[in-house]
Design a protein around this ligand. Structure first.
Ligand code: SF4
Length: 353
């Protein structure tokens, strides 16, 4: 076997040229820094690339440096994050930025231990920052990479188990060209995102690793990776009251801990589907006397472990906002108060006066 063929038969020899040709142009790849890699990787958790791009650009315009993020107003940050979901990611970004600014003089630490000690940074994100921004040969193993290696090695280990993750991480490191860890990690993720697709749909015919893929050779690529099914989601009824008045719409702040902490919503009661009289009684108890108009169109929102089935009623009221609530004008709602996308379908039913 000649030297060129031997090189192509090794994983990086086939993967890196493919990556150079096929990589997507993405804003965090145009100009690389630890800050930009970190923010993009946190945004990309649980969120598609196309949805992240405009958020990333707005985020960098608003907070171009770790110091700017450290000093930002949390309410404004939540507003900027509105619609991206998993808001604890944004809070952790801000807290971690404050630590980097105060304890590290604004320069990101360069060790795995220091990075994973920062809020919201786990193994994967630390590996991505170290390899992509600093050229440190660290693995960055996400679901894409686990899937690619399970298929490449025809390995039936359950990728939800820590032992399997350790095994695949060792394989990622074994194949890693130590002089090019960043492009190698990014290429693996890109292959998983564009070619070695999930849900039994790998595009083996255009894959640069097809010749060395044991899963494909065994005809098992579509059955891999093996993954224990997640437990089912619980359906939770939520009753919302969309109350409007001369001062705008009535918003209620969510508790400072737990799901969607600190965000704003129409008045809502979780875990119960209330009739209009029940809702009326609950609101009278907090001093609100509502002229009811019509039922709201019900909506659904899917979280990781639960589904909210939101129904309720709209009505009008006047007078001071109850404790923990504010009247918000349309301009304030658009510019100031972060409302989670779970309630976007309800808020859209606020008709112009
Ligand atoms: Fe995935 Fe198919 Fe490529 Fe194997 S040949 S890595 S299964 S796309």
């Amino acid at each position: 076997m000649d030297a060129i063929q031997e090189k192509l038969n090794r994983l990086p020899g086939a993967l890196l040229p493919w990556y150079r040709e096929n990589r997507r142009v993405l804003p965090w790849r145009e100009q690389v820094s630890a800050y930009r890699t970190w923010v993009s990787e946190i945004m990309l958790q649980q969120t598609r690339v196309a949805a992240v791009i405009p958020y990333f650009q707005r985020f960098m315009a608003a907070y171009p440096s770790v110091e700017a993020l450290a000093a930002c107003d949390e309410g404004q940050l939540m507003k900027l994050w509105e619609g991206l979901g998993y808001y604890s990611r944004a809070r952790n970004l801000r807290r971690a930025a404050q630590i980097v600014a105060e304890q590290y003089g604004g320069a990101f630490p360069r060790t795995y231990e220091e990075l994973t000690a920062l809020p919201g940074i786990g193994d994967y994100t630390a590996g991505a920052i170290l390899s992509i921004a600093f050229g440190v040969p660290a693995p960055a193993v996400d679901g894409n990479v686990l899937r690619v290696f399970a298929r490449l090695d025809n390995n039936s280990a359950d990728i939800t188990k820590p032992a399997a993750k350790r095994e695949f991480t060792a394989r990622v490191l074994e194949e890693m060209p130590k002089e090019r860890p960043g492009p190698y990690n990014e290429a693996l993720m890109e292959l998983g995102a564009l070619v070695c697709l999930p849900n039994g749909a790998p595009k083996c015919e255009v894959c640069p690793l097809a010749a060395q893929c044991k899963g494909r050779a065994a005809g098992r690529a579509e059955q891999l990776p093996v993954k224990t099914a997640k437990p089912g989601k619980t359906l939770v009824p939520v009753t919302a009251a969309l109350i409007t008045g001369p001062q705008g719409v009535l918003l209620q702040r969510r508790p400072s801990k737990g799901l969607l902490a600190g965000l704003w919503q129409p008045l809502a009661f979780e875990g119960t589907a209330m009739t209009q009289p029940e809702l009326d009684a609950a609101l009278r108890a907090i001093g609100l006397c509502v002229q009811w108009q019509a039922p709201l169109q019900s909506t659904r929102h899917v979280f990781t472990h639960r589904i909210w089935q939101i129904s309720g009623f709209c009505g009008t009221a006047a007078g001071p906002a109850p404790e923990g609530c504010v009247w918000a004008s349309r301009a304030e709602l658009n510019g100031e108060y972060a409302v989670p996308s779970a309630f976007a379908g309800i808020m859209r039913q606020w008709q112009p006066e």
